[in-house]
Ligand binder design. Structure first.
Ligand code: GLC
Length: 720
């Protein structure tokens, strides 16, 4: 009898799977039929009109056939306000949105589930605003800590970037909105970004700068991708056949649209034939764009075939049917409490506790009568700014407001500005011009600190100091902030330093002289509430640094090798695969704070690392398990990081490479058994000689750590 039931269940399961797959084939066949039907009806002029911008973020549709235009929009921190031509605000009252924490903050959560929620909510807000392609997520590798867009991007590690990118894209596209992963590829500096040629070997490109884009396309099926402004090996990314045709469209089977960065197209025939599908830009005479009249002329002259044009139209219609022309798409939503909760959860999990040696944190309000809140960054708002990354937040809770919300009347708050974070970049900017202490403001801050039981000093950058279109010149804390910290610390033994920024700064003196240091970010609409909850212990900090903080800039690979910002419009990635911690660990250079570092209000004890087997074939997955016990009195979220190392490798390899991680919530006194999995194929290196991925047989070390330099357990496996 049982066998009969089992057999019939198996048949039902098969039928259901077959039906689903059959339905999918049906629907893709039906879609193909629809698309080719439309292509047959379009005139050449109508096709050309679909291949270039006709407004600052939009393209023309073909009203005659009921084809709508495509509307794109920025940006990584939220759906931006509507603009008029020329990038001026449209000054509407209907376009405010949720301000999500910046990219490196999301990376500092090490939580792909939050990346999904970020994408999901961003997608809902985009749909509500009728923006069919979000120019999000941005995740170029942090190669130099000076890059102005480090705050927009994720981390220095391709694996961490990949895991977050996949979930962000899944979240956005689940709402019938196209993600546009950017900037493809190797756009790792702002200096001369529009002209510089990145020179790097194939292994470096494949192992470091492409993986997150490959994951977004092949695992999350990203519907659009933005070609970067820069060149790679002398050819602009927007017309680079190796990048766009060979790798993206042929190898990765990308079915969507390659969109140029704004004003990043440099030719008609080359760009059209080498893989660009849609030319975007802002202003100017749109009919003179490379993909407008010049492309029409080039087709008529036989320099660009109709097949090439039709392939672009196919891609654009394919994306339209998934977005603006989707049948019964999800409803859009804007500024909902759920979106605020997502912004809060990301902010709360992004904050990194760097130092707490006097245990001033969490704050014990029982014996706290007054606290001095000092620093421009305590009242600064971070939602606007940064060109494509500005968002008109419906609201933003500042750090001061968050503490006022949480402390209420119980504790007297003495605020002092301490410094002015005003920075208007000049063409010939010399950073130290903006680094003069304001003695009057410092005196006021010292007075506030003297009369308070505790002082919390907010320093760091802001959305002008860190921005697209320019890199910082050094890692110095600007606006005389260091002098402020020194002066306040000298008069109040209970001084806490909170750094608010999106990229590494020189915290050397603070690390040495201050007992309590917290790193926060441009942390979204709920910034102040999340920070206050961490400082007060309602949230146990669980952020882990997404990039290395060098003791000195010259310790960073691109600077150690004098390989930034390049000369004669060429920047050679001399460090190769040794970017970030790969460099510091391989060259045995002590960083100020390492990749993956962060403390907690509790402590964790790790037991031994075990693997499922001691030897694996290349087709298998390595499973590793380690028990982690929370030995303190606070529940906490710990991120177990699993790195691999290859002793006696046939090729140069980094000292260690991140290949898995898992963030687990562990109640006080409890033990979690954490299991991680690494596909053996992920151990491969890219061989420049054969242009193939190679999994070297032999022994590999697995290193389980609380950070890249705090290794808790190791195990070895053999790959047959
Ligand atoms: C910019 C940026 C890009 C942005 C686009 C539209 O220059 O590089 O990230 O999405 O233009 O604002």
């Amino acid at each position: 009898m049982k066998i009969k039931i089992f057999a019939s269940l198996t048949i039902v399961a098969f039928m259901l799977t077959f039906t689903k797959a059959h339905a999918q084939t049906q629907s893709s066949q039906a879609l193909e039929a629809k698309i080719s039907g439309i292509i047959k009806k379009l005139t050449l002029e109508e096709k050309i009109s679909m291949l270039h911008a006709n407004s600052i973020f939009g393209t023309a549709g073909v009203p005659r056939l009921g084809i709508p235009g495509l509307m794109t929009d920025d940006g990584p921190l939220g759906v931006r306000e509507d603009l008029k031509e020329g990038w001026a605000s449209a000054n509407l009252t209907t376009d405010s949105a949720t301000f999500f924490p910046n990219g490196s903050a999301l990376a500092a959560t090490w939580n792909p589930g939050l990346a999904y929620r970020y994408g999901h909510d961003m997608g809902e807000e985009a749909r509500w605003r009728k923006k069919w392609i979000m120019l999000v997520p941005a995740f170029n590798i942090a190669r130099t800590p000076l890059c102005g867009r480090t705050y927009e991007y994720y981390s220095e590690d391709p694996f961490l970037n990949s895991r977050l990118a996949v979930q962000a894209v899944n979240g956005i596209q689940g709402q019938g909105i196209a993600a546009c992963v950017k900037h493809f590829a190797a756009n790792n500096q702002e200096v001369e970004r529009g002209r510089v040629s990145v020179e790097l070997d194939e292994r470096t490109l494949r192992e470091i700068y492409l993986p997150a884009f490959k994951a977004a396309v092949t695992e999350a099926n990203a519907w659009t991708i933005m070609s970067a402004y820069n060149k790679i090996r002398g050819v602009y990314c927007s017309e680079n056949p190796y990048l766009l045709n060979t790798i993206l469209k042929d190898e990765w089977k990308f079915k969507g649209i390659v969109i140029s960065d704004w004003g990043g197209t440099h030719s008609t025939v080359n760009a059209a034939n080498n893989g660009l599908d849609l030319e975007m830009g802002s202003g100017g005479n749109y009919s003179k764009y490379f993909f407008a009249q010049p492309l029409l002329d080039s087709v008529k002259a036989g320099k660009v075939s109709m097949a090439v044009i039709d392939e672009k139209i196919h891609r654009i219609l394919w994306v339209m049917y998934h977005t603006v022309m989707a049948t019964n798409p999800p409803a859009g939503k804007i500024n909902t409490p759920e979106h605020s909760k997502t912004a809060y959860d990301i902010a709360a999990e992004s904050i990194v506790l760097l130092k707490n040696e006097q245990h001033l944190l969490p704050l014990n309000t029982g014996n706290l009568k007054s606290v001095a809140i000092i620093g421009d960054n305590a009242t600064e708002m971070f939602h606007l700014g940064g060109f494509g990354a500005g968002v008109k937040a419906r609201y933003e809770v500042t750090a001061l407001a968050g503490l006022q919300n949480r402390l209420g009347k119980a504790v007297a708050i003495n605020y002092a500005q301490g410094y002015s974070g005003v920075y208007k970049p000049q063409r010939r900017d010399t950073s130290n011009k903006y680094n003069k202490p304001d003695t009057a403001l410092i005196a006021q801050a010292v007075a506030a600190a003297k009369k308070s039981d505790m002082a919390i000093v907010f320093v760091g950058g802001n959305r002008e100091w860190e921005s697209e279109a320019r890199d910082r010149k050094d890692l110095t804390l600007p606006f005389g902030e260091q002098q402020l910290v020194d002066a306040v610390t000298a008069v109040n033994a209970n001084t806490i330093v909170v750094v608010v920024a999106g990229a590494p700064y020189d915290l050397g003196k603070i690390k040495k002289n201050n007992s309590t240091v917290v790193w926060s970010w441009y942390n979204g609409s709920e910034n102040g509430n999340a920070l206050a909850d961490v400082l007060l212990g309602k949230v146990n900090p669980s952020g882990r640094l997404p990039f290395t903080f060098p003791n000195e800039l010259k310790d960073s690979p691109a600077h150690a090798l004098n390989a930034y910002p390049g000369t004669d419009l060429k920047v050679e990635y001399k460090e190769g695969i040794l970017v970030g911690y790969r460099w510091f660990d391989t060259k045995k250079i002590e960083p100020m704070y390492c990749f993956g570092y962060g403390l907690s209000y509790t402590n964790y004890r790790y037991a031994a690392l075990h693997t499922g087997k001691t030897s694996y074939t290349k087709a298998e997955n390595i499973t590793a398990t380690i028990k982690v016990t929370n030995t303190g009195k606070y529940a906490g979220k710990e991120t177990v990081q699993l790195y691999i190392s290859k002793p006696n490798s046939a090729v140069e390899r980094a000292d260690k490479e991140l290949k898995a991680f898992k963030k687990v919530n562990i109640p006080a006194g409890q033990t979690a058994s954490v299991t991680l999995s690494i596909p053996v194929k992920d151990l491969a290196y890219f061989d420049n000689k054969t242009n193939k991925w190679v999994v070297e047989p032999g022994k590999y070390m697995l290193l389980a750590g609380a950070s890249s330099r705090d290794i808790k357990g190791t195990a070895s496996v053999v790959v047959k």
